[in-house]
Design a protein around this ligand. Structure first.
Ligand SMILES: [Zn+2]
Length: 147
């Protein structure tokens, strides 16, 4: 198994288009807490515009987002995901590489949401669940209501 697949497996990420470079993880202090940041990039090649079906698209830089993932060895953990952006020359639409790790415009991974829901069925306050997952009480309520 490649190093890349080992990292994906240990983070329980089922997205084969995520790749990691050599130094893929570092410690950072985020919100005054020692945290682990995994740095990956999303490389699915978009060849057609989803809006107008044109293939007259070009790469248009990247965008980084810091996504909360479940704790790794009790440290707050994040995936810093660099997503390729594209520009459609025909309809002027901007496209960002898609992933199932996180919902559109959301910064909390779907794995974190699953974990929150596992906790909400236990006798434990939303405040405690929020603390465990490094999210707000509001987020716990929102995620819990969605399932
Ligand atoms: Zn287009």
């Amino acid at each position: 198994m490649s190093i890349n697949n080992c990292i994906l497996k240990s983070l329980n990420i089922k997205e084969e288009n995520v790749n990691f470079r050599e130094n893929f993880v570092e410690e950072r202090v985020i919100k005054s807490k020692r945290s682990l940041v995994y740095m990956g990039y999303l490389s699915n090649n978009i060849i057609k515009c989803p809006k107008c079906n044109s293939n007259n698209i070009k790469k248009n830089g990247t965008r980084k987002s810091l996504i909360k993932i479940p704790k790794v060895s009790e440290l707050n953990s994040y995936l810093e995901l660099e997503k390729q952006r594209y520009y459609c020359k025909d309809c002027k639409h901007t496209i960002t590489a898609k992933t199932n790790i996180v919902d559109y415009r959301c910064r909390i991974s779907n794995n974190t949401k699953i974990s929150i829901n596992n906790y909400t069925s236990k006798i434990i306050t939303h405040k405690d669940i929020a603390w465990i997952h490094n999210v707000s009480n509001m987020t716990v309520g929102r995620v819990n209501n969605k399932v």
